[in-house]
Design a protein around this ligand. Structure first.
Ligand code: S3P
Length: 180
């Protein structure tokens, strides 16, 4: 066991941030580097329901999806050695944030609205139902404005113009883990 592991001051690492900021890609690589389990909350909900996020929004409605996120936050908050990439709104709910911060360190990934637009422009609304409608760009800008203050309560990590590896190295440095 490494010195860091014996003194590890956190159970889980939580990644939050707007859609398209790289939470899942960064989280997967960070988990591999730490030897932690990677959990993507959207994927966990999808596999439990046997439906995509889009289908859940369509068939059961957004409140049902948010209730599933809330239950998952309580469950994951009790776990250990997990890197958790959360859905874009999950940590903006105070009960979810409280549950996941109990043994967790939270980082918020940021990208400029322009970069988010670029990253999401190829993505289908089958993946992100909130961007459905005639003007997804306006929707992104509106949600970004609405959510900025909420995201600012967490430690920021900028991803714009950086590779996934560079962002992971930055996070490892913030966790005081020396490079390999
Ligand atoms: C949402 C973000 C999505 C997903 C759902 C709602 C949001 O996750 O949870 O479509 O409200 O921001 P990603 O942030 O992984 O795209």
């Amino acid at each position: 066991m490494t010195q860091h592991e014996t003194r590890r001051p956190y159970g889980n690492i939580i990644l939050t941030g707007f859609m398209g900021t790289g939470k899942s890609s960064v989280g997967r690589l960070l988990a591999a580097r730490l030897g932690f389990t990677f959990v993507d909350t959207d994927a966990a909900i999808e596999s439990r329901c046997g439906q995509t996020v889009h289908e859940i929004f369509r068939d059961r409605g957004e409140p049902a999806f948010r209730a599933m996120e809330a239950a998952l936050a309580q469950e994951l908050g009790a776990g250990d050695r997990q890197v958790i990439a959360t859905g874009g709104r999950m940590m903006l709910d105070s009960a979810n944030a409280a549950a996941l911060s109990r043994h967790g360190l939270i980082f918020c990934l940021w990208a400029t609205p322009e970069e988010i637009l670029e990253r999401l422009s190829g993505a289908s609304t089958a993946v992100r139902p909130l961007l459905e409608g005639p003007d997804p760009e306006a929707r992104i800008r509106l949600l970004y404005e609405e959510r900025q203050a909420g995201y600012k309560q967490f430690s920021p990590v900028t991803t714009s113009g950086k590779t996934i590896t560079a962002v992971v190295e930055e996070l490892l440095a913030m966790l005081n883990i020396p490079p390999v």
